[in-house]
Design a protein around this ligand. Sequence first.
Ligand code: ADP
Length: 490
Amino acid sequence: MNILMAASECVPFVKVGGLADVVGALPKYLAKIGHDVRIILPKYRKIDGKKYDLRALPYRLQVKVGSDIERFRIKYCVTEDNVTVYFIENMRFFDRPDVYGADGSDYGDNRERYIFFCRAVLESLKALMFRPDIIHCHDWQTGLIPAYLKTNLRNDGFFWNTSSVYTIHNIAYQGGFDADTVVEAGFSWEDFTVDKLEFYNTLNFMKCAIALSDAVSTVSPTYALEIKEFNGRGMEIVLNSRKEDIYGILNGIDYDYWNPKTDPFISKNYSPSDLAGKKICKAELQKLCGFEAREDAYLFGCVSRLDNQKGFDIIIDALYSLSRQNMQFVILGSGDPYIKRLLQEAAYKLKGKAAVFFDYNEPLAHKIYAGSDAYMMPSRFEPCGLSQMIALKYGSIPIVNRAGGLSDTVEYYNHYSKKGNGFVFNITYGENFVQTILKSEKIFRDKANWNILMQNSFACDFSWNKSVESYVKMYSDVIEKKRRELLFAR
Ligand code: ADP
């Protein structure tokens, strides 16, 4: 199959959240099983052209955004896994310090930036003469691509064999804008109908993609159910109209990258059969945080976007409630300035017990996963969550709220049956994070049980191999559907 991944983030080039990990890993595993997969991204200033040896292609292209003509170039590189990555270069929209905006607020022209990107992706394919069987679009920033294919480009011979699939990584970010976006994006008012572009008299990028792509997926089976039933942020009706075409596919983890045995960022490598290195990682992390380097202190980690979704109110409450226990807490995060202030205050008041770091720091993230005993993730909702899966690989036991992908990946440890890989509580049923932490501490202090729990955690397999099969199945279903439609049309 020829597959194009269109996205706004991708590891290692640019990352804001888990989306980047998925777009970085999925193509690699698809290429391994013989598909021609290419990725297309905006060329943000953050992407270091020299480091990745980006080369410019000789085309000078242009698309319209509103009444403006926007010119762009395509740069490209080929990764060591043999995946070609294209970058759309336009100074006006992408040559700026951040990806989506600064200090927790979005750039005012994100609508124009991603209209431009969607149009530029489709225009580039023609210049590149690359006709994908599947354009796999991710999140709202690429949501207009399926819409163009089914409206403005529906009679364009270049794309007659191309289908689109759309993955929702987080339904909270939809890209909803005023109805005049129809004009800005170059659509016709004729297509501004409920079954196509219109969403309560607005134009919502995500709605367009759900309604008009050939299949929709989201990143865990439980989240796929939740968004159809009660957590769809207003999209429930649209999702239910596509019920038959919605797939819930759990994200995988790239174990070539996230592996304590080979991780270059951590103080000492370790493996399930030799945990001496994990003790060293813990001691180093304690030093880094200004904590007492005590092996018996129960050390919690958290690496996250600072966002209400992630349950920081619950975490901050726990920091204060547990401040007299033999526990330590380290948090790395960037995002919402209000959450940052509350965390700063907590770290100041709980010096020696709680430490916070506010940048985006990949090496420190690895040190936290490796050095912590347990991992806090009380997300109020969680489409999939990669952090808990990474934590499991590093033997940092996740303590999570039962939501979305967290329900699919973390099972309460039962010290009778010795089954389970973490601790789960349920906010909806009024269960409490602090109580769950205290229960988990009992297991932490019972070394025999804790060792079994850690081994259960190491034994989890969230590698991409299984998820890739599910994606291939979705692509094949879509291609088969298209083949039938074309046959029928004849
Ligand atoms: P989301 O996609 O909602 O942000 P996930 O758990 O799916 O949450 O993925 C988060 C990813 O981003 C993980 O790989 C995590 O380690 C990483 N991450 C989040 N914040 C930071 C940060 N400040 N520094 C380094 N890595 C971070």
